[in-house]
Design a protein around this ligand. Sequence first.
Ligand SMILES: Cc1ncc(COP(=O)(O)O)c(C=O)c1O
Length: 353
Amino acid sequence: MKISGLNTPALVLDINILKANAEAMKSILENTSLKLRPHYKSHKCASIAKWQIKNGAIGMTCAKLSEAEDLCDVGIEDILIANQIVEPAKIRRLADLANNCRLTVCVDSIENVNALSAAAKNCGSTIHCFVEYDIGMQRCGVVENEEVLALAKHILSSDNLEFDGIQAYAGHISHVEDIADRKKMTVENYDKLKKLLSYLEENGIDVKTVSGGSTGTAEIKALEGLYTELQAGSYLFMDATYRNLSLPFKNSLFILTTVVSQRDGLTVVDAGVKTCGVDQGMPAPYVGSTDEIVASEEHFQLHGYTEKTSVGEKMYLVPAHCCSTVNLHDKIYLVDGDTVVDRIPITAKGIGR
Ligand SMILES: Cc1ncc(COP(=O)(O)O)c(C=O)c1O
């Protein structure tokens, strides 16, 4: 079937651009000490995760326990939940899941370490832990070197837990548009992290893994040497937000829409916030530009769109944020040129618990 035969709105993935993005990441990481542990939240497709592992990823990163369960279900053996799991019922699920895969979770409190240890002991599993170090994002994690040390020591002395290392995710840097600013901020972080790692070493703590990084910082050499794992997610699909950063990755994910109404200076398409994540802004037309896009549930109104269109015509929009967009769809259509070649389920769509 040709793309033009698809009912819209539809989420469409160009497999040739996807493969080129994977190759671009491979070249960035070649001959470095950094290994790819891609983030599942960006595509939420078990089949793509399996393909990433087959092509050299050392394991998967995910945000949610339910995503980790989805990955384990299809045989992914090494999974990092890059977050804290604190609810008792979820800790029980986590400890159980750790019987079926090598599972790592982030911690930033002694109470959480105690709860994880008790649950793992109860079901005979081992949970691997990263102490989350807040390197400036001000999300989760501890700030002081002494706090990291205390947590590492506590994990080391707890039953059924392994201390594997540090998560230091600098998400506040990922989308800084100017490469010089992005580099400067990453180098500042490098110095902080280096001090932390020396301090832990002086105190007899063996840090095997340092995990973090993103699509926006993958190329920055300062990640190398300190970080051992790169958690990039968006590099495969990209989006309109990352498009402005001149990265070596191209947009492969689109929302195919149909023009449903047209008048002077206004083009209206049949996709809106129910099919396109707008948490990082409005989508961008793949071809041409607009003065402004206004969103509603089922429509985007393109004001001053530069290209000539007519009612019934199909057009591609590039979502501003690929991760929140895939979470709104059940499936992705894979296309090769103008032909639809497959349809894959978004297996972790909407499972955010
Ligand atoms: C913990 C964590 N690691 C890595 C990433 C990197 O994602 P991306 O490469 O899509 O910017 C994210 C993005 O939100 C994240 O939350």
